[in-house]
Design a protein around this ligand. Structure first.
Ligand code: NAD
Length: 501
């Protein structure tokens, strides 16, 4: 029998009042494995008011008490990594190893959130004038709405939520409707860690719930990760409803390889960072940009056998390098992008269209596909392809490689492989990307640094992870205080505007 997945409100499973449901699939087999309840506005209202009330009580708990819950949550996520990885793999299609990797990065965000007293404590200045002390304090924003994508069912939402919870907010999370089960498991772990009921709530659904969140007067802040068109819409609509919005969106990450680079290492890095997770990562390397003809020829020679050696299979095949893409629809979109690239005149070097995975004929598999001689006019350069299709864009010079990288509308990550410090410095100064790698293929920073792209890869000023997250999920107040001095004479009336009075 197909499992049914409900909302999670005030510590209880809740079927909601919407009545709509949607299918959840196992991409490795193509089977429907669950029905998901889609929430409506009434369900959302319940979740928001629960989060508001429980969040206020949670915020009144001491830093130490909240930290204790976060420490416990960290231990529980570690202890349940295998279980979570299985749940992620089954609904997402990524390999168990890959799922464990994302859980590890989620744990980093929880670890950083354990530092919340340090990153939220304020500044203090004594006797700024007339016995007045001034200090700043940070208080939780209230209720935070989290809207997450399918491609990291745990890492991305936990990267957003860990600090939001730790600083004392109430949470309403709308997971991707394609991968809802990891969220339910995370709820169980929060409960076991001692997070009070109602602080953390899940409402499943689609655009209806997202719109409800963006308009809801009870939600103070929205954290979104997903595609650029949706992220831009969310930013504009959310801010027009007077919310603070942090929106992290698409990527098309270039990897520039200089003639002096270790080409063997660069080739391995391109294949790993390009095809990992069936290329369904915002930080995946999408385009290889070799500088000079000789570099391009040699790299092409080196990457072909490495790509041909990749094994594609179901998420639970330990020998698989990557698995299926998320849905039948996504598979069609990726296949269309391949056909279009062929029509546009890119040279198809490796064709993954006809791959068959024995015993999993209905899974959404696409083999690794490589194009050479991609140009900046082609859709394959312009569009983010969320599937295993990568391109080589040849650059005649370093200047041209930088220009190609900066021409793209996205600026999530960019990478250079070189042995020359001067080239690396020029790259990091001139390339408009939020995360830069130097001989590092996926420059996803550790949890105590800020994460976020530039250009149309991010809307809003805040970052995920790092100290910026603590600022985003708190409001700043600045207090000027003077306590009565018994020896002082009564204060005379003065209408002068005097800061030192
Ligand atoms: P998506 O934009 O389709 O969905 C993201 C979320 O928005 C989901 O919860 C979904 O239900 C909701 N949504 C979808 N369409 C909507 C609409 N029309 N109106 C309102 N809400 C809507 O993204 P996805 O396919 O789940 O994830 C892949 C995308 O996420 C890629 O573009 C990838 O680059 C991006 N991503 C970015 C980062 C980053 O940090 N910049 C990280 C991970 C993924």
């Amino acid at each position: 029998m197909t499992q049914t997945i409900s909302h999670y409100i005030n510590g209880e499973l809740d079927a909601g009042s919407g009545g709509r449901t949607g299918a959840v699939f196992n991409p490795s087999t193509g089977e429907e494995i669950a029905r998901l309840h889609y929430g409506d506005r009434a369900t959302l209202d319940r979740a928001v008011s629960t989060a508001a009330q429980a969040g206020q009580r949670w915020a009144r708990q001491s830093h130490a008490a909240r930290q204790a819950v976060m420490f416990k949550l960290r231990e529980l996520v570690i202890a349940n990594t295998d279980r979570l990885a299985e749940i992620i793999g089954r609904e997402h299609g990524k390999t168990i190893l890959d799922a464990k990797g994302e859980i590890g990065r989620g744990i980093e965000a929880i670890e950083f959130a354990c530092n919340e007293p340090h990153v939220t404590k304020g500044e203090y200045a004594t006797n700024v004038g007339g016995d007045i002390d001034v200090f700043s304090m940070r208080v939780p924003v209230g209720v935070v709405g989290i809207i997450s994508p399918f491609n990291f069912p745990i890492m991305v939402p936990v990267a957003m939520m860990a600090m939001a919870i730790a600083v004392g907010n109430g949470i309403v999370w709308k997971p991707s409707e394609r991968v809802p089960s990891a969220a339910m498991e995370f709820a169980r772990l929060c409960e076991e860690a001692g997070l009070p009921k109602g602080v953390f709530n899940i409402v499943h659904g689609d655009k209806e719930i997202v719109d409800g969140m963006l308009e809801h007067p009870g939600i103070a802040a929205i954290s979104f990760v997903g595609s650029t068109p949706v992220g831009e819409y969310i930013y504009r609509k959310g801010t027009s409803h007077n919310k603070r919005v942090a929106s992290f969106t698409g990527g098309k990450n270039h990897m520039v390889v200089m003639p002096d680079a270790d080409l063997e290492a660069a080739a391995s890095a391109f294949v790993s960072a390009g095809f990992g997770s069936a290329s369904q990562r915002c930080m995946a390397v999408s385009l290889l940009v070799p500088v000079g003809q000789a570099t391009a020829e040699r790299l092409r020679e080196l990457v072909i056998p490495k790509i041909n050696a990749l094994k594609i299979g179901p998420y639970n095949d330990p020998a698989a390098d990557f698995g299926a893409v998320i849905s039948a629809q996504s598979k069609q979109t990726v296949l269309r992008a391949i056909d279009e690239a062929v029509k546009a005149g890119a040279e198809m070097v490796i064709d993954g269209r006809d791959i068959k995975v024995a015993g999993h004929e209905n899974g959404y598999y696409i083999g690794p596909t490589l194009f050479d001689h991609v140009t900046t006019e082609m859709e394959l350069y312009k569009q983010e392809v969320f599937g295993p299709v990568r391109g080589i864009v040849r650059a005649a010079s370093f200047d041209e490689a930088i220009a190609i990288t900066n021409l793209h509308e996205f600026g999530n990550g960019a990478v250079i492989f070189t042995r020359d410090g001067k080239s690396a410095h020029r790259f990091m100064s001139e390339v408009e990307a939020g995360m830069i790698g130097v001989n590092v293929p996926v420059p996803l920073p550790v949890g105590y640094f800020n994460f976020g792209g530039l250009r149309r890869s991010k809307f809003g000023e805040s970052h995920m992870f790092g100290p910026d997250a603590a600022r985003f999920y708190t409001k700043l107040k600045t207090v000027s205080q003077r306590w009565p001095n018994p020896d002082q004479q009564a204060m005379p009336v003065s209408l002068a505007f005097d800061a030192s009075a």
